[in-house]
Ligand binder design. Structure first.
Ligand code: NDP
Length: 294
């Protein structure tokens, strides 16, 4: 028997993530209507019991709640802002799980309010394989009562759901901050693999040590966050001059191999700027304060 006998949901966008979301809704027993710009992407979902809508307007009319998850907000706008879709959404709720910037989230909320559409923004912080499992992580922002109303359906996606507040851009702002960490780390890793390769070190041999570097980061994240909150920029154990020196070694080694040090140069530049402003004995967190200066 269905876990949500009275519940239905529509999913717009059937890329890898949209398909995973729709699959989790189906697994939870929801009546799930799906639509994608390019036809045919709904085939496996329909075989599993989803309703394949012929148009986006037909899809959004089928459920009180529409989840949209496409490449970016230009794509969201291309789907939702067509007259027929916008009219069919009036009085319904959109949960936008597409990744983009906080400003685009605010713009979407204004547009929705002007057209009588209820709107929640959200972000997915984990890969498709986690959807429907305890490992999935979702953040949401927007009107709390609306979030609570649709929470039972969103819970079908599994994992942890956190409502970050009523300010609609907040979920996207968390997403941006967390992706900032992720992509700079990824850029650092691929750069490290290139430098290691130039030194004759196979990627597979470096990987266990790279994991070790990853594992020392979580306590450092917490400690630095505390320092930033307290305005403590002490560099007693690890002054910023030491960080700048370490980064310079990476730049030199890369360039000696003819490898672009474009990832590391700006990081070293940030440290040198803080030193130039008189903070040589401070710690790395001083950069947070320096970057924030107008
Ligand atoms: P993509 O980011 O590649 O998005 C693909 C979807 O966007 C397809 O449904 C595609 O439709 C649609 N699309 C693209 N352009 C347009 C347009 N102009 N008009 C209408 N639809 C359009 O794949 P994902 O499904 O992986 O990602 C969806 C969102 O989820 C993204 O914002 C992504 O950042 C986020 N996300 C993804 C994760 C992942 O692991 N994949 C993890 C966390 C977040 P069509 O088939 O017609 O091209």
């Amino acid at each position: 028997m269905s876990s949500y006998p009275d519940k239905s949901v529509t999913v717009l966008g059937l890329g890898p993530m949209g398909r995973s979301l729709a699959g989790a809704f189906l697994d939870a027993g929801l009546r799930t209507t799906v639509w994608n710009r390019t036809p045919g992407r709904d085939r496996q979902l329909v075989e599993r019991g989803a309703v394949g809508a012929r148009s986006a307007e037909e899809a959004v009319a089928a459920s009180d709640l529409t989840v949209v998850c496409v490449v970016n907000y230009d794509a969201v706008d291309a789907i939702l802002r067509r007259d027929a879709v916008r009219d069919a959404l009036r009085g319904h709720t959109v949960v936008n799980l597409t990744a983009d910037t906080p400003d685009r989230a605010r713009d979407s909320a204004h547009w929705a309010a002007r057209h009588g559409i209820r709107y929640l923004d959200g972000a997915i912080m984990t890969p498709t394989t986690t959807i429907g499992t305890p490992e999935a992580v979702f953040v949401h922002s927007g009107p709390e009562d609306l979030y609570e109303k649709h929470r039972p359906v969103l819970d079908a996606l599994g994992g942890t759901h956190t409502h970050l507040g009523e300010e609609i851009g907040r979920a996207a702002a968390y997403d941006i901050a967390l992706l900032d960490i992720f992509w700079t780390a990824m850029a650092g890793y691929v750069h490290a693999l290139a430098v290691a390769k130039a030194e004759g070190i196979p990627a597979r041999e470096l990987a266990p040590f790279a994991k070790g570097i990853g594992s020392i980061l979580p306590p450092i994240f917490e400690e630095l966050a505390e320092d930033v909150e307290k305005g403590n920029f002490s560099g007693e154990d690890n002054p910023i001059t030491s960080a700048a020196s370490s980064m310079a070694h990476i730049v030199h080694t890369s360039e000696a191999h003819g490898i672009d040090a474009g990832v590391m140069r700006p990081a070293e530049g940030m440290a040198r700027r803080a030193i130039g402003l008189g903070h040589a004995t401070d710690g790395f967190t001083r950069i947070v304060e320096v970057l924030g200066r107008r």
